[in-house]
Design a protein around this ligand. Structure first.
Ligand SMILES: [Zn+2]
Length: 86
């Protein structure tokens, strides 16, 4: 029995500020479930979108897969003392 299917969706992990920090292709398997569980365990909101929406919109979002997103950069700039201690 062949149950393999081409993936059509991705899971996104979003920071509390809304920026996408992680992406995993939805393979509908255990590994995908593990990735999603990690996203949730890290305190991120998980969202499932299809490839079309992902390519058309998500990859163009400000802060997409940035290690320091614009919101964090603003916080660091506003709090130089704390930033210096990091
Ligand atoms: Zn952000």
């Amino acid at each position: 029995m062949n149950t393999e299917k081409e993936p059509t969706h991705v899971y996104l992990a979003r920071r509390p500020c809304g920026c996408v920090i992680g992406v995993t292709v939805d393979m509908a398997d255990k590994a995908t479930g593990g990735h999603v569980a990690e996203f949730i365990a890290s305190g991120h909101a998980v969202e499932r979108v299809d490839f079309e929406q992902y390519r058309a919109a998500v990859v163009h979002e400000t802060g997409f897969l940035k290690s320091v997103c614009p919101h964090q950069a603003a916080i660091l700039a506003a709090e130089p003392v704390q930033a210096a201690l990091l």
